[in-house]
Design a protein around this ligand. Structure first.
Ligand SMILES: [Zn+2]
Length: 58
């Protein structure tokens, strides 16, 4: 079974969903973070990280 991973939108690190300690709900979706600092940064301006992530897609 493949490990489910989500990208930490703030620092770009891949987070194992089962082991995630820091999550945030935005637009009905759950986002995962490596640390409290990343979650708080995201919470301050989620839109900024949405755009940034879209631009990072190959
Ligand atoms: Zn992070």
């Amino acid at each position: 079974m493949a490990t489910q991973q989500e990208m930490d939108r703030v620092c770009g690190m891949w987070i194992d969903m089962k082991e995630a300690n820091f999550t945030s709900d935005y637009n009905g979706r759950e986002y995962y973070f490596c640390a409290k600092e990343c979650k708080e940064t995201f919470d301050q301006d989620p839109n900024l990280y949405m755009k940034d992530f879209e631009n990072r897609k190959p």
